[in-house]
Design a protein around this ligand. Structure first.
Ligand SMILES: NC(=O)c1ccc[n+]([C@@H]2O[C@H](COP(=O)([O-])OP(=O)(O)OC[C@H]3O[C@@H](n4cnc5c(N)ncnc54)[C@H](OP(=O)(O)O)[C@@H]3O)[C@@H](O)[C@H]2O)c1
Length: 418
């Protein structure tokens, strides 16, 4: 093996998020330029997300101390900080780790899609920083292809659903003809955003309300919904057929009395989905005729059940990864032969051109068509002689036969320049 591939990482698996944050690089361009100068790595890709900071690198006889020192100086840490938090993998282990990453097996939420995009962005940034080369580009391109295929063929990323989408799905399942119903969303925070996104995606019209009308208006501008005054909502629940309640109010907003009053005049029922914890809908409202109430525990349980279908797919993903790992290993080993192959082709071509020019001079040949024919002839002869041994060299490299590479280096007088 010409170069080792390593992966040094600090992730949510070993470090709580507040510790992990300390290892992040504030400025990626600056990080790339420092690693280029000081780490001893010949290639490098940085992967940084809210759950992980990872460094992929190649080097001949890498020096972990140099790498840690560069990382520590960039993040403003003592080198000792790595002791408890750093995980290190080499070569085949790195391929395996990256395949698990692109397939979503190493994510906090199994099978999540985001990581694949983050990995694509990382290799693009490394290419732009001119710090990834043949090895890491090949490895990342393969891992991205395999990760995409794994996700498509196993469905590990399917079935994931947010609490907000699940709440909307439950409303669809429990309320006939939801499109014609009056839907109200109370709350303009994170949880309400999940509900609004799902409503918008499925083209449901809805009203949005929050204590301050301005906040509802701002929410409506980006996430949809028709803003409505909070006071108006609290005194007029009879106007709605479906309520999504997602606030952090420390008391009941949807009280028994308010709903009872609404139901006194209302012809049809109300479905209420309380996404709040602590609850902001009084459970007692469920005793009123026509009221269907679902709380966060019930919604979250269904989300969890949904996620469990992903766990059932892990072994299928692992099987594909172990098959693909052999293909990745072969491709990476094949790269060991490339410098010799390129060198041989280059040297032989230089000889070919030199001999061709000599011959043309001796013949005094100037006719363009004839010169072209002779030139093509020399190329064909060289190609037919050199191609087979070079392909055999690549194959030997793929099969992990370094002896043949050494022999070829001696035969073709190739000196490694790394
Ligand atoms: N974030 C999630 O992914 C998630 C998932 C499941 C459940 N939850 C639960 O959903 C609830 C909201 O969480 P969040 O993350 O969306 O919170 P958030 O981003 O802080 O938003 C809180 C919302 O509650 C409203 N609010 C606060 N106090 C209120 C009060 N006294 N009366 C009326 N409205 C009030 C706020 O509106 P104003 O503008 O009027 O202050 C705001 O719209 C919490 O109970 C949480 O446990 C959250």
């Amino acid at each position: 093996m010409n170069q080792d591939i390593i992966n040094a990482r600090v992730t949510f698996r070993n470090s709580p998020i507040h510790v992990l944050e300390k290892f992040t690089f504030k400025d990626l361009d600056d990080a790339y330029s420092h690693f280029k100068k000081h780490s001893g790595l010949s290639e490098c890709v940085i992967l940084q997300t809210c759950n992980r900071v990872e460094l992929f690198g190649t080097a001949k006889d890498y020096d972990l101390e140099k790498i840690k020192k560069t990382w520590a100086s960039l993040a403003g840490l003592e080198e000792a900080a790595f002791k408890e938090n750093l995980e290190l993998s080499e070569n085949e282990e790195v391929y395996h780790h990256l395949l698990k990453l692109t397939s979503g097996l190493d994510s906090m939420v199994l099978g999540e899609e985001q990581i694949l995009g983050q990995i694509k962005n990382s290799i693009t940034a490394a290419r732009q920083a001119k710090f990834s080369g043949e090895r890491l580009n090949t490895l990342f391109d393969k891992a991205i292809q395999i990760g995409t295929r794994v996700r498509n063929s196993t469905g590990i990323s399917r079935g994931g659903i947010s609490v907000g989408s699940m709440a909307v799905k439950l409303a669809e399942e429990n309320v006939d003809d939801l499109k014609t119903k009056r839907i109200l969303l109370i709350g303009t925070g994170e949880s309400a955003t999940l509900v609004a996104k799902s409503l918008k995606k499925r083209a449901y019209e809805f009203f949005i309300s929050s204590r301050t009308l301005e906040r509802s208006k701002a929410f409506a501008e980006t996430l949809g919904g028709k803003p409505i005054r909070f006071e108006e909502v609290l005194s007029g629940f009879d106007k709605y057929d479906v309520l999504f309640v997602a606030t952090s109010a420390p008391y009941f907003l949807v009280t028994y009395d308010r709903i009872k009053q609404a139901m006194d005049t209302k012809q049809n029922g109300i479905m209420i989905l309380d996404l709040s914890n602590p609850r902001t809908v009084d459970e007692k409202v469920a005793t009123l005729p026509g009221i269907k109430l679902m709380n966060l525990d019930q919604i979250a349980e269904l989300v969890d059940k949904n996620m469990r279908s992903r766990i059932g797919k892990v072994s299928a993903v692992e099987n594909i990864i172990s098959e693909e790992l052999l293909v990745v290993e072969a491709s990476m080993k094949r790269l060991d032969a490339e410098p010799i192959v390129k060198d041989v082709f280059k040297n032989i071509d230089l000889l070919r051109i030199k001999e061709l020019q000599k011959a043309l001079q001796m013949l005094g040949e100037t006719d363009e068509k004839r010169v072209k024919i002779i030139e093509e002839l020399t190329k064909a002869v060289v190609e037919s002689i050199v191609s087979a041994p070079m392909n055999n060299l690549r194959k030997a490299s793929e099969q992990g036969n370094p002896e043949l590479l050494d022999a070829a280096s001696k035969l073709f007088d190739y000196n490694k320049k790394d």
